[in-house]
Design a protein around this ligand. Sequence first.
Ligand code: APR
Ligand code: PHB
Length: 395
Amino acid sequence: MIESKTQVAIIGGGPSGMLLSLLLHQEGIDNVVLERSTRAHVLSRIRAGVLEWSTVELLRRAGIGKRMDREGHVHNGTQVAWGGEHTLLFDINTYTGRHLMAYGQTAITEDLYQAHDALGSEVHHQVEQVELHELTGQPFVTYTQDGQTHRLNCDAIAGCDGFHGVSRGSIPANVQRNFEKVYPFGWLGILSETPPLDDIWYIQHPDGFALASQRNPMLSRYYVQCDLNDRPEDWSDERFWQTLLERMPPKLAAQVVTGPSIEKSIAPLRSFVTEPMRYGQLFLVGDAAHIVPPTGAKGLNLAMSDVYYLWRALVGRYRHNSEDLVDRYSQVALKRVWDTTRFSWWVTTLLHRFPDQTDFDLRTRLSELQYLSDSPVAMHQLAEQYGGFPIEDWG
Ligand code: APR
Ligand code: PHB
C-alpha cells in the first residue's frame, strides 16, 4: 500500500474535476485528481458547446480563456424554426444584455489539460477500484494503479466523476433522494467537416426535433431526434441528411452544406437530480449530481457553477478559516440545479415529438412558440433563463 496525503481529493478528470483542480491550485490549495480513463479518451469525448456568459467569465478567471476568446463565436441567442417558415430568436442579448459563446467542450478540456501540464499538477489517469472511506470523519480514498494499491488521505473529496462515477453511490441510501425523468427518444449527432450555418438553430417539426450547431469554420455539428432503440448503424449519412433537411424550413435547408460524417453517435435524454450534494466531507459536482437533457445546452454550464461554489467554499475553509460557504454548498448549488432542470425540461418538451403526443399537444406547442414570438414579456422570461440563472457572489 502506497500512502500519500493532500487537502482535496478530486475524483474524475472531466471538465468539472480539472477546472476545480486548477482554481484550487491557483489559491495554493493542494489537490490530486484521480481519473479512470486514459487522457486520450477524456480528450476525445464530443459534447455540447454553448457557454453561458458566467461560464466564459469563470474560464477567463481560471486563466484558460485565450483560445476561447480567439476561436469561439459570440451569439446574441439561438435561432428557432418551426412550421416550415416561422423563425424566432431566443433573444438573450436584447433582454439581458448578455451573450452566449459557441466553443466546444472538447476544446475546453484540451485547454484545461494544457494548463495542468504547464503547472505540473498531479493528475493520475487509469486509476481503478476507486473507493471513498470515512466520509463523515477523516476521509481517505483507496485505488489501484499499475497493480499497486494506493491510499490518499485528505480533508475533503470532490466527486466530479460524472453520472456513472463512484461518488454519488458512496452516500448512504437513507440520506439520499434521487429524482429522475427519462425521455422517450434520443439524439443522433454527427460531426462533419463542412462549413456550419452562421447561427445555432433549434428546429421544431411534427416528425421530431433537429439542431444545427458549429465547432469551427470547417466543422459542423448536427443532431436529429431519433427513436430510443435506434443504433448509429441504422442511420446512413444519406438518411441523416435527408431527415435533417426535411425538418428544416426550405430556406434554411438550402444553406446546409452536406458531406461525409466523421463521427456519429446516439445519446439518450434524461433529467436527473440527487439531493443532497454534500455528505460529510464529500461534495458532488457536475454530472455526478445532475443530468439535464441537451436541449438548452445547460449541462456544462451547470457543472461550472457547481465548481465555482465549491471552489469559493474551499477557499473560505482554507484561507479564511470559515465553514460558512462549505455548509451552504449543497443548498445553494441545488437551487440553480432545479431552476436549470426545470428550464431544460420545459424547452425539451416544447421542441420534441413525444411518441404518445396528440394533435392537441402539437397545437399547444405551436401556440406557445407563437406566443414567444408575439410577447416581449414571454421572451424576456425565456431570455432570463436561457442566458443562465443567477449565481450568488461568493467572491
Ligand atoms: N474513478 C475515477 N474517475 C471516474 C470514475 C471513477 N470511478 N468514474 C468516472 N470517472 C471519470 C470519467 O472517466 C470522466 O472523465 O469522471 C469524469 C467525469 O467527467 P464528465 O462525465 O465529463 O462530467 P463533468 O466533469 O461533471 O462534466 C460535466 O459533461 O456530460 C457533460 O453535459 C455535461 O457538459 C457537462 C459535463
Ligand atoms: C452542440 O453544439 O453540440 C449543442 C448545441 C446546443 C445544444 C446542444 C448541443 O442545445
